[in-house]
Design a protein around this ligand. Structure first.
Ligand SMILES: Nc1ncnc2c1ncn2[C@@H]1O[C@H](COP(=O)(O)OP(=O)(O)OP(=O)(O)O)[C@@H](O)[C@H]1O
Length: 301
């Protein structure tokens, strides 16, 4: 489990992470979401002891990462901009990591297999594509068979097959009982991967809830109705106390589910040509939630 308590990081006058509290529980994937510059990488670096908190604490399984006697066996991490020796092969890179962390070298073959790099294990990593580099980073993260896995933007630069692979891997690791903490700026991707979400903007926690709760609360919905007797339907629904707006040939009814609207219209003997529950996309919900905390917003908004 990862536990942050009033975790804060300032760089000069800029507060990158502002007294945040959150926990990342084992057995589920926790998505760490926020727009660019929200403080995700800074937070993850503090989890891993690569940055010192200005104040507050963050612990992994009850102690600071730097106090762990065998960090790679405790926490596996994929960070952005991973420094690799370009002339080294993937296998040698992992062997070097294993040896320097007291991990048996047979584990190298296992993780290469796990991430699908066995056939290119002898190639120099300097020639790896972005996706292969990400897979190698994930192999390194899993080398110590750690109970806690931290992945910073693991799907960046991956093709759809690679994205699906990371999603399945994260879910499998969580199903094995591990603590899995994955950052992303893509709401729709996280909705498919994460069981729980911690959303941050400008260094503050904006939401900390299950993905299902987030969807129910933030992805607004309405019922789209088309009828050749539109005016009568509008009157009927308004008389029933519903919020109805006409948009050209369609009606948007806020609030109720499609069944409620259908039953009202049907019991009045009116005709329906369409009755659809429309959810606004999660990406829209995320943009709305974080709108005030986007650091570099496009001028066209
Ligand atoms: N070493 C540093 N010195 C000064 N400012 C920094 C440093 N590292 C991060 N920041 C600032 O802290 C804020 C949070 O950055 P961080 O990289 O943690 O965000 P992020 O959510 O990971 O964003 P991204 O998705 O763009 O990586 C930003 O405003 C960034 O400019």
């Amino acid at each position: 489990m990862i536990s942050a308590h009033r975790l804060t990081k300032t760089y000069g006058a800029r507060t990158a992470v502002d007294a945040i509290d959150f926990t990342v529980e084992p057995g589920r994937v926790t998505g760490f979401l926020g727009p660019n510059g929200a403080g995700k990488s800074t937070t993850m670096r503090m989890v891993l002891g690569l940055d010192r908190p200005t104040s507050g604490t963050v612990t992994v399984n009850g102690r600071r990462y730097v106090d762990s006697p065998a960090p790679l066996r405790e926490v596996g991490a994929l960070l952005e901009a991973r420094a690799l020796h370009p002339g080294r092969s993937a296998r040698d890179h992992l062997r070097w990591l294993a040896v320097s962390n007291g991990i048996p070298s047979r584990r190298v073959g296992e993780v290469l297999e796990l991430v699908g790099l066995t056939s290119v294990a002898g190639q120099r990593v300097g020639r790896f594509s972005l996706g292969m580099g990400q897979r190698l980073g994930i192999a390194a993260a899993l080398l110590g068979d750690p109970p806690v896995v931290v992945l910073d933007e693991p799907v960046n630069g991956l093709d759809p097959e690679g994205i699906r692979w990371v999603r399945t891997l994260a879910r499998d690791l969580a199903a094995e009982g591990r603590t899995v903490f994955v950052s992303s700026h893509l709401m729709s991707e996280m909705a498919l991967t994460a069981d729980h979400l911690v959303v941050i903007g400008r260094g503050r926690v904006l939401a900390d809830c299950s993905t299902a709760e987030f969807v129910a609360e933030h992805a607004a919905s309405h019922v789209r109705v088309r009828s050749p007797q539109q005016d009568r339907v509008v009157t009927l629904l308004r008389d029933a106390g519903l919020d109805v707006a006409a948009h050209g040939g369609e009606l948007r009814v806020q609030g109720p589910d499609a069944a409620t609207v259908g039953e009202l219209v049907g019991s009045a003997g009116l005709l329906l040509h369409e009755l659809t529950l429309v959810r606004s996309s999660l990406e829209d919900a995320f943009m709305t939630l974080t709108a005030d905390s986007v650091e570099y917003a496009g001028a066209s908004r």
